[in-house]
Design a protein around this ligand. Structure first.
Ligand code: HEM
Length: 504
């Protein structure tokens, strides 16, 4: 071997080594520069979430944001963590510009079983099935045209609700009404009717034995029981390997039972509709459109497409209305200002949907209520599958993101005196920015599909009640903010209001 050859090889090795060292130096310098979110102390996590068995974690996450800033992390393993986002800026970044890197959802056992393995639009991973189910729901139920066609159902619901309040006041020995119950008694049948396309009547459910199911039973099967079951947090969810070896059979049986009973009812509703169509009924409404397009849906997709919008239309709107009436009863001046606005726009006639665009203060009351009491406080965990940067922090692949919608809507850095319910602050927003006022309906590709319906129904009910009655808070209930989360941030104790008819 010549010495010049050896010299060339040695030079080449030296070059490779130098380039390698430079690359390592660049890499380590760039990783040094990465700024990770601050980590919440382990003791704080154990104390607040585990020892006190926190039932309102969104509030605890919000309190932590006061110490650590709006973006922080909670360690879940040696190399993994959950990053909690508590500001609109960070939440919006995760939901919009980084959506494609944070799409998959990590659900608890209860949510996985109840959503029939993520068949629900709201709990599915982004992809073909999600798009198919969402498209059907929007084109035949929640979009502008079907919502216009169903306006008469909303009007019927509001009229019945007002009539029941008058009846209740007449029959009761006092002027106090259980607003939580009266709203639910009308909202659930409406939600079911708009899906089925007609007033739902009691029906025979073969799979449940010889039961005739009443509307109250239907509520329990579709909304109440699954809502309570969703609360079942299985500690094994946080230790997947234990779950595999020692599954919680009791929990699994309870969840299977709830889903089986819900499925039995939905199957009976489908059978009833198919019989009617076979006997010549006109094809009309959401359920009929699903049956028409049935060949592209699996059986479980068809069933889910029926119960999912019923749950979503009932629960979140109920939460919004109850907290709106709670706050109106507490703030007589706000109520008076709304009454004046309604008088100015509607005169002596009852508020109609077409008037809503002219009622800025009513809209402000709705948005301020859902900001302060965000019906869906936390978005299910999302898995990060590509490194991202959120609000200046590096979040590596393999970590998870938890979006605290309630926290973002109450973050002091974005909302001054955020704990104050003040509809006036909502008047500062231009009309076209409705959906961006708060984070209440999410953002980006997974934006709430039913937001327009929710705003319309809640505003209509709030406006019509205030046109008809003056609300007052019974003494001693003013500070009753106790909240329970099952299908949303429900008021834990029913809302009782003193109602005085304005035309008495
Ligand atoms: C005040 C009432 C409501 C609130 C606060 C609300 C809130 C939300 C939020 C925050 C999300 C996004 C969840 C996420 O990013 O994972 C969402 C999604 C969704 N909402 Fe609503 N919602 C309301 C009413 C409704 C109504 C009436 C419906 C009617 C069916 C509905 C149907 C849906 C659906 C289908 C999705 C899933 C969208 C998707 O993943 O592509 N929501 N909602």
């Amino acid at each position: 071997m010549s010495s010049s050859y050896l010299f060339e090889v040695w030079t080449a090795i030296q070059i490779v080594m130098v380039v390698g060292l430079v690359l390592i130096a660049i890499r380590s310098r760039s990783s040094e520069k990465k700024k990770y979110p601050p980590v919440v102390g382990a003791w704080m996590v154990v104390r607040d979430l585990v020892l006190f068995k926190d039932k309102v974690p969104h509030r605890t996450f919000y309190q932590w944001a006061k110490c650590y800033g709006p973006v922080y992390s909670v360690r879940t393993g040696f190399s993994s963590a959950v990053v909690v986002l508590n500001s609109a800026k960070a939440a919006r970044q995760a939901m919009t510009e980084h959506h494609s890197s944070i799409t998959a959802k990590n659900l608890t056992t209860a949510l996985k079983v109840l959503s029939l393995d993520q068949t629900m639009v709201a709990l599915s991973d982004y992809g073909r099935d999600h798009r198919l189910m969402k498209k059907l729901m929007v084109s035949h139920l929640l979009g502008t045209t079907p919502q216009r066609n169903n306006a008469f159902m909303r009007e019927e619901m509001v009229q019945k609700l007002i009539t029941s309040v008058y009846l209740e006041l007449k029959e009761a020995c006092n002027d106090t009404v259980n607003m939580s119950k009266i709203i639910l008694d009308h909202l659930f049948p409406f939600a079911l009717n708009q899906v089925i396309g007609k007033t739902v009547e009691p029906l025979y459910v073969e799979e449940l034995g010889s039961e005739i199911v009443s509307v109250q039973d239907m509520y329990n099967l579709i909304v109440g029981d699954p809502g309570n079951a969703a609360l079942e947090i299985n500690w094994r969810d946080f230790l997947p390997f234990v779950n595999r070896w020692f599954p919680n059979k009791k929990l699994r049986k309870m969840l299977d039972d709830v889903t089986k009973r819900r499925s039995a009812l939905v199957k009976a509703l489908i059978r009833q509709e198919r019989d009617l169509l076979a006997s010549g009924k006109e094809w009309k409404g959401y359920l009929d459109m699903l049956l028409k397009e049935g060949e592209i849906l699996s059986e479980r997709q068809l069933e889910t497409a029926i119960w999912e919008p019923v749950i979503e239309s009932t629960t979140t709107s109920h939460v919004a209305m109850v907290w709106a009436f709670f706050n109106l009863a507490k703030h007589p001046h706000t109520q008076e200002r709304l009454y004046k606005e309604l008088e100015q726009v509607c005169g002596n006639k009852a508020l109609e949907e077409e008037d809503l665009g002219k009622l800025a203060y009513l809209k402000g009351i709705f948005y301020e209520t859902v900001r302060r009491h965000s019906p869906l406080p936390l978005v299910p965990l999302r898995i990060v599958h590509e490194d991202v940067e959120i609000d200046g922090y590096h979040v590596p692949a393999g970590w998870e993101i938890l979006i605290n919608i309630w926290g973002a809507n109450n973050y002091e850095g974005e909302w001054k005196n955020s704990e104050e319910w003040r509809p006036e602050r909502q008047l500062e927003f231009p009309v076209e920015e409705d959906i961006y006022r708060t984070m209440v309906f999410g953002a980006g590709n997974r934006l709430c599909a039913g937001w327009a319906q929710a705003v319309t129904i809640a505003s209509l009910v709030i406006g019509r009640i205030v046109q008809n009655f003056e609300l007052k808070m019974p003494t001693g209930h003013e500070e009753d903010y106790d909240t329970i989360i099952n299908t949303g941030t429900h008021k834990q104790h029913p809302l009782f209001s003193i109602l005085t008819p304005r035309n008495a």
